[in-house]
Design a protein around this ligand. Structure first.
Ligand code: ADP
Ligand code: MG
Ligand code: MG
Length: 913
């Protein structure tokens, strides 16, 4: 049996978005729950794939479409392509994932000379009919025949100017008739053929064009940018829907709404509408629409119906909806609904509110938020204390603040943005083809269009600030400048946007870091109660630790002690330690470092008390603390020249009989001084050469270093234990965890453990306090994974160092991979993700799973976590939950994301595969 390719709105399964696309499935669902949707049908995504595969419509499709058109004719009492009551339809795309504005819709299909004449006769409204006709010709010309908008716009503008009218609504029937005529000529001139009069041919060309748009550049770019894989959405469905008209008079309107305010999350009627207009007018920002609230005065009866529609949608979908409606001669139709895209603050607020209203469960309240979205809440706001005055104000279309250089077109924005410049895209209005400019920009500013204009919708989806409809700004693309009152902004000038207020400033205005709302705290509190996995932070300094605390970190999973060494007051001591030729010299330097490290640890333990702080002993190869060979050679060369100069001066002074007295400045550096400096540099160079390794990252580092220079680790361990003792004396509950890096065998752990035990005994005796700590190992070598059972015998905890482990498993270094071939591997689909960002579940993950199983067989209460960068990534966290890790550790600002991801991992654990 062949597949069924067509479903009427009354039949299609509203849950099958993969087959019917999101728009189609919801049109079916709405029809079936009794909402007023114009009759129509859906052509499936499978039909699209079959078409793209063979480059022709699959067998049986067209018969089914013709049959459905027949049913539409019957249902509406209309005829397709002729009078007296002609059937007009829209042809709309829609895939499983909402890709707003990605593929174009054709309206008013079914108009030809015959049906046009009937339409005029039937409605007695020639203006309306010609308006529909010219829209259809242009849309059809653009979408199905590939004719650029400008070809049509030219004529439209010319006639508008000739007629001396400013707004489209003032064009008369004759003007529109003339425009339609011109448009038909454009089609003839551009394609060499007449505009198709056969309405079935129109339909067929339109359907095929929608199918093809799935592989169009815009759609492909969008899917790549948002990581929409073919598992998530494959092919687009086509929705054929009976036309209803919002442009038939003053009891007609069209609009879009959100069931809640998508900027703030507030529960209120939100949206915009235009009377006497067709759908696309609102979205395209051609006329500036009115807020829905105004409808309450203008059309109170219909406003009440709209409120009812809003309520039904939300209670049925249990989710904030973004809907489209049209009112035709006093009758309200719903044309689309989908889950509303909101910024993070609104998502969080609606989650908390809808739970409180009893509309959704607490689990759903967490699950409906993509944890990555919270990133937005960690974005800066404009400093409220700034005394800068805005130069223009538009609509606050998407919150957040951003500064950057003005750029007036998307291509240039992309170019400059990719060079690392901050860019603000400034346009009169934006269109779907500007999408790449959005990706590259920090914020978007438009001078036309409302809060539901293309610019606003797309920016909100991306969480980028947007000010829309700033009518005080006149954008002059030709001269590449914008005029704002008495100011002229040239391309490249810096401006600042505040998407929360709609204000625009000249120059860069300072911003403030974001703060946690009470709603977010509440939501993350639920997450912590739900999750099995704990979320720790990677933090190296007391300051970073206290920031991590604010983000809700439940401890420190990784403190890289070497980061403490790099501060200015310490590096010289560290260098002395490295340069030391004898153990005594080295000890001298270590004795200086000890109190510094101890003081750091006391602060860290105190900030995190009573939660654990995992301290990793020294990990990198020593040469990382020394200058490079190249720099040293350079310095030595200059010093030698300088020594010759000093020497030369001495010789000169000695050979002149009555030598002049030189000013002090020249006498300061004696040859001796220079020699000292030179000697030190030469020693460093010698050391650098000595330490040189072919593969330093695979060389003398980590525990290998700790074993060859035991006094280094001894100093660090002592600092940790003394800090713990000091905390204990001060009544602070410190939970240090000593972690050994780069381990391959339990003997290494045994070695370090001896030092730990010895120092513990000594300190306990000395201080009289009992020391509590854990001792564990990084698991970041392949051998450590394979020897996990043995290692567990000598460790209280494991921490997967998935940065090094990934390099080892893939056998490529991160820097080389990311700079050379990884992007190509990702683009061509050889690798789906960057394994340094997203845990490679199939390779690295298998080793981890093995290590977990074997480690826990040896020691049931073994605590296991991950401290690689992937630990902050939601998908990776899901895997970590699946294999039973106790914690993930990630950078401070990712902690909130990880907390929600940990809860969602728990809630979705049954669906993991
Ligand atoms: P998008 O996916 O870009 O939202 P749509 O298919 O929803 O595209 O259509 C674009 C515009 O045309 C919307 O404003 C929509 O409401 C309007 N529209 C689509 N179909 C019809 C129809 N049958 N009658 C009236 N307006 C329609
Ligand atoms: Mg739509
Ligand atoms: Mg490492």
């Amino acid at each position: 049996m062949t597949n069924r390719y067509v479903f009427s709105f009354a039949e299609g399964d509203g849950h099958d978005k993969k087959l019917l696309g999101g728009k189609g499935a919801n049109l079916c669902e709405m029809t079936q729950i009794g909402l007023n949707v114009p009759p129509g049908f859906v052509i499936t995504t499978e039909a699209c794939l079959a078409y793209l595969d063979r480059d022709e419509l699959p067998d049986g499709l067209w018969d089914a479409v013709t049959e459905e058109i027949g049913r539409l004719e019957q249902a509406n009492g209309k005829t397709f392509g002729s009078g007296p009551d002609p059937l007009l339809v829209s042809v709309r795309s829609g895939s499983a994932m909402s890709m707003p504005g990605m593929m174009d819709t054709i309206l008013n299909l079914g108009l030809n000379e015959a049906s046009l004449a009937s339409l005029i006769e039937q409605t007695g409204d020639a203006r309306f009919a010609y308006d529909a006709y010219r829209r259809f010709i242009q849309l059809f010309g653009k979408v199905a025949l590939g004719i650029a908008d400008e070809k049509f716009d030219e004529h439209f503008q010319a006639i508008k100017e000739q007629a001396g009218v400013a707004a489209d609504v003032h064009l008369t029937a004759d003007h529109l008739k003339e425009i339609s005529g011109k448009f038909l000529e454009v089609v003839q001139a551009e394609t060499g053929r007449d505009f198709p009069q056969d309405v079935y041919l129109q339909l067929r060309l339109a359907v095929e064009a929608v199918f093809r748009s799935w592989m169009g550049k815009r759609a492909v770019d969008y899917r790549r940018e948002f990581h929409i894989t073919s598992d998530m959405a494959n092919g687009t469905a086509v929705n054929i829907c009976t036309m209803v008209f919002g442009n038939k008079g003053d009891d007609c309107a069209t609009g879009v709404g959100f069931t809640r305010n998508p900027g703030t999350g507030d529960k209120e009627m939100f949206g915009e509408y235009l009377t006497n207009a067709q759908g696309e007018d609102v979205v395209a920002g051609i006329r500036t629409p009115k807020p829905l609230q105004e409808m309450e005065r203008e059309m109170p009866g219909l406003y009440r119906q709209l409120v009812e529609l809003r309520n039904k949608l939300e209670s049925h979908y249990e989710e904030v909806q973004d809907y489209e409606f049209t009112i035709e001669n006093g009758t309200l139709f719903c044309l689309q609904t989908r889950n509303g895209k909101m910024n993070a603050a609104a998502m969080v607020k609606t989650s908390v509110d809808m739970y409180a209203e009893g509309l959704i469960t607490r689990d759903k309240a967490m699950l409906r938020i993509d944890p990555e979205l919270l990133e937005q809440l960690l974005h800066p706001r404009l400093d409220p204390d700034t005394d800068a005055r805005p130069v223009a104000t538009g609509l606050p279309a998407s919150p957040g603040a951003a500064s950057g250089r003005c750029v007036f077109d998307a291509d240039l924005a992309e170019k400059i943005g990719h060079d690392g410049e901050h860019v603000i895209l400034v346009r009169e209005e934006t269109r779907p083809e500007d999408i790449h400019g959005f990706f590259a920009s920090e914020g978007i500013l438009t001078s036309r269009g409302g809060k539901t204009s293309h610019a606003a919708v797309v920016a909100r989806g991306m969480g980028k600030p947007c000010v829309a409809g700033a009518e005080g700004i006149v954008v002059d693309i030709a001269l590449r400048r914008a005029i704002v009152g008495e100011h002229i902004i040239h391309e490249g000038d810096v401006i600042t946007l505040d998407g929360a207020t709609g204000e625009v400033y000249l120059g860069a205005i300072p911003t403030l870091p974001p703060h946690f709302s009470d709603n977010l705290k509440k939501l993350l509190g639920w997450a912590d109660e739900t999750a099995d996995i704990k979320v720790m932070a990677n933090a190296d300094t007391p300051e970073a630790a206290s920031r991590a605390r604010d983000y809700g970190a439940m401890g420190i999973g990784l403190c890289r002690t070497e980061r403490m060494f790099n501060a200015n007051d310490r590096l010289p001591i560290v260098i002395d330690m490295i340069l030391a030729n004898t153990q005594e010299d080295r000890q001298e330097a270590l004795d200086l470092l000890l109190p510094i490290q101890r003081a750091d640890f006391i602060k860290l333990f105190t900030v995190m008390s009573p939660d654990p702080v995992t301290v990793r002993l020294l990990d990198p190869p020593m040469h990382e603390f020394l200058p490079t060979q190249h720099d040293l050679l350079d310095q030595i060369k200059t010093l030698r020249i300088y020594r010759d100069v000093v020497r030369g001066r001495q010789t000169a002074l000695a050979s002149i009989s009555d030598a002049p007295a030189l000013p002090d400045a020249f006498a300061e550096l004696s040859e001796e001084h220079v020699n000292d400096a030179l000697l030190k540099k030469e020693r460093m160079l010698k050391k650098v050469l000595e330490l040189q390794e072919t593969n330093p990252m695979l060389g003398h580092r980590g525990v290998r270093l700790g074993i060859t220079y035991p006094e280094i680790y001894a100093m660090q361990i002592r600092a940790i234990l003394e800090a713990a003792a000091e905390c204990a004396r001060n009544g602070i509950d410190a939970q240090p965890e000593i972690m050994v890096p780069q381990v391959i065998t339990s003997q290494e752990l045994g070695h370090v453990r001896q030092t730990v035990d010895m120092l513990t005994a000594e300190l306990e005796q000395e201080s009289g306090v009992e020391l509590h700590f854990k001792f564990g190992t990084m698991i970041e070598t392949v051998r450590a994974c394979t020897r996990a059972a043995r290692l567990a015998g000598s460790a209280d905890f494991f921490s997967f160092g998935t940065n090094d482990l990934t390099q080892a498993v893939f056998s490529f270094s991160r820097e080389d991979a990311e700079n050379k071939f990884l992007p190509m591997y990702n683009d061509s689909g050889i690798l789906q993700d960057n394994p340094f960002e997203v845990l490679d579940v199939f390779g690295v993950g298998r080793l981890m799973q093995m290590a977990v199983t074997e480690g826990r067989e040896q020691r049931q209460d073994l605590k296991i976590g991950i401290c690689g960068e992937q630990g902050g990534h939601p998908r990776s966290i899901r895997f970590c939950h699946h294999i039973g890790l106790n914690y993930v550790s990630c950078s401070g600002p990712r902690v909130p994301i990880a907390r929600l991801a940990a809860a969602n991992a728990k809630l979705l654990e049954k669906e993991f595969h």
